[in-house]
Design a protein around this ligand. Structure first.
Ligand code: HEC
Length: 126
């Protein structure tokens, strides 16, 4: 349980780093010189894994670009107070959603899958 909490915390910190580094990279129009590029690359791997999981398990209802369909649009996940806005809240939602959203955990999605797909949703559908 404690390991799970630490994992979520790390994910939140990493997501923030991605957000900040991204803004920095855009404004500087080049890779960071402080090593943040390496951290971004490491996080991107998780987000990339999350995209695969999203495409296979969520896109049918929420749309390939999160615009919604059977399920609601996921855009505004970070801004809408009614939505699970943090990595931790999103992971908790995916593990135990309200019907009619199906419960995809613990199968077919593992802990790691849920972490990755939540990271992808938060990083992608602003
Ligand atoms: C069978 C269709 C279906 C699938 C598959 C599905 N969802 Fe949903 N999802 C829904 C529906 C319907 C709701 C609205 C539930 C409700 O009424 O609160 C929802 C709600 C949500 C919400 C909350 C939105 C809000 O307004 O609070 C999030 C976030 C979400 N889904 C993410 C995901 C993710 C990530 C996946 C894949 C791991 C996924 N969903 C898979 C149908 C689906």
């Amino acid at each position: 349980m404690r390991r799970l909490a630490i994992g979520s915390l790390i994910a939140i910190v990493c997501l923030s780093i991605v957000g900040l580094s991204h803004a920095k990279a855009v404004s500087a129009a080049g890779p960071g010189v402080d090593g943040s590029t390496v951290q971004v690359a490491a996080m991107m791997a998780d987000v990339a894994a999350g995209k695969k999981i999203y495409d296979a398990n969520c896109a049918s209802c929420h749309g390939a670009k999160g615009m919604g369909g059977v399920g609601p649009s996921l855009h505004g996940t970070l801004k809408n107070p009614a939505m699970p806005r943090t990595q931790k809240a999103l992971v908790a939602w995916i593990k135990n959603p309200k019907p009619p959203m199906p419960k995809l955990y613990p199968a077919p999605l593992s802990d790691k899958d849920v972490d990755n797909v939540a990271g992808y949703v938060l990083a992608t559908f602003k």
